[in-house]
Design a protein around this ligand. Structure first.
Ligand SMILES: *Cc1c(COP(=O)(O)O)cnc(C)c1O
Length: 415
């Protein structure tokens, strides 16, 4: 048998540092490694697997459509794109949708739409449009997007960057208003910063931003690639504040844990700036992705995954907050998007994740001190109890100095 980790290390770019586990199978909230060990998946692939692994209805939609027609490009119509776009628009209260594949592509689409809207509708002078973003943002990894990241590592070595972006502190609506000029096209924001460390702004923030944007004729674009589709306990996180943005970005869970499927959705006035030939994607909106995406949305509604997320998220948060380990600094988040921050001088989030893995629970650190707990939304109360029991005993071991975690895999270069 080959050594999967050694092969990856030898032949793949080292742009990730995975936990040393080789996964071979998944079902619901569980995954199995190559030695047959079972793990509770408390990561859900950064919320891409909100429906759980191998959801039967999603699998059926995938198989059925794959056996019929999968990819045709947008050179033609297909019978699957219209129904998917209609359902997505009706569900989110948007007028039109533009299908892409990854989250970053949908963010790029939003940026292009906002700029073109600024020139064609708002009347901003050519090439002067500005987009306001938040410090600590995460919107993907393209060169344009990392150019307005405040994370030094995401940018280092990848310049020169695209101009036209301005950052304000996250959670500060006054700073947003002060940053707006007559050239401002849009404010691009995550309702909760996921990669930023599961940062939840104070209540009223997003509603205040929406008000400010409306007042100054600036588009509010919510990146709900991670927070959307039930993750925070509502279909969209912006619904916690009764905010209807001008543009909405969905991805991750939209692919039902099977495929990359993303959408940029917007009001007519915004989306109608696109003319044939302005923008596109070979795979975006392909029939296979649309069949899976539509089923992913239907399952979300029919299985009431947002409601589950709200109830079980509150339950999990309560259990985690009651743990009382001296290592824990804070537990935060909304719905089933929770983060546990550790005291940096006591332990690293990476150490916690490695020990959790040893004990049968998979998570991942975000930054040095935060571990995320974001299981598939199909998780049950009993499974949450199992997870909490593992987290409790792991933290007890770690604070007693019984750290059995294996060191990270050596990233030795190919010989
Ligand atoms: C993951 C993520 C993206 C990027 O999605 P990819 O599919 O990895 O390109 C964009 N925005 C947010 C908020 C995300 O969490």
């Amino acid at each position: 048998m080959y050594n999967a980790i050694a092969l990856e290390n030898a032949y793949c770019a080292h742009n990730y540092l995975p936990l040393p586990v080789v996964l071979v199978e998944g079902d619901g909230v569980y995954v199995w490694d190559d030695k047959g060990r079972r793990y509770l998946d408390m990561m859900s692939a950064y919320s891409a697997v909100s429906h759980g692994h191998r959801h039967p209805r999603l699998l059926q939609a995938l198989y059925e459509q794959a056996g019929k027609l999968a990819v045709v490009s947008r050179a033609y119509h297909s019978d699957k794109l219209g129904p998917f776009a209609k359902y997505a628009c009706e569900l989110t209260g948007m007028d039109r949708a533009l299908p892409m594949n990854t989250g970053a592509e949908a963010v790029e689409t939003a940026i292009k739409a906002a700029r073109k809207w600024a020139y064609k509708v708002k009347g901003v002078e050519n090439d002067k449009a500005e987009i306001i973003v938040c410090a600590g943002n995460f919107h993907g990894r393209t060169t344009t997007i990392v150019g307005f990241s405040s994370e030094q590592q995401y940018r280092d070595g990848f310049g020169p960057f695209s101009p036209g972006f301005k950052a304000v502190p996250f959670g500060d609506s006054k700073a947003l208003e002060q940053a707006i000029t007559r050239n401002t096209a849009a404010f691009l924001v995550e309702p909760i910063q996921g990669e930023g460390g599961i940062l939840v702004p104070t209540p009223g923030y997003l509603a205040a931003c929406a008000e400010i944007c409306r007042k100054h004729n600036v588009l509010l674009i919510c990146d709900e690639v991670q927070t959307g589709l039930g993750r925070t306990g509502k279909l969209l996180a912006c619904q916690h504040e009764n905010v209807r943005p001008d543009g909405l970005i969905l991805g991750k869970a939209l692919g039902g844990g099977l495929l990359p499927v993303s959408l940029f959705l917007a009001r007519h006035e915004v989306m109608d700036v696109f003319q044939p030939g302005d923008h596109g994607s070979t795979f975006g909106g392909n029939p296979l992705a649309c069949a899976v995406g539509l089923t992913a949305l239907r399952v979300l509604v029919e299985e009431q995954l947002a409601e589950r997320s709200r109830e079980l998220g509150a339950y999990l948060k309560e259990q985690l907050a009651a743990l009382q380990s001296p290592l824990i600094k804070e537990v935060r988040g909304q719905g089933l998007l929770l983060g546990m921050e550790f005291h940096a001088d006591k332990i690293s989030a990476r150490q916690v994740c490695e020990q959790l893995m040893q004990n049968g629970l998979l998570s991942k650190e975000t930054h040095a001190t935060v571990v995320r707990f974001a299981p598939p939304l199909v998780i049950t109360r009993n499974q949450i109890d199992d997870a909490v029991a593992i987290i409790r005993s792991t933290l007890a071991d770690l604070s007693n100095g019984n750290n059995q975690a294996t060191p990270p895999p050596s990233l030795a270069r190919r010989k």
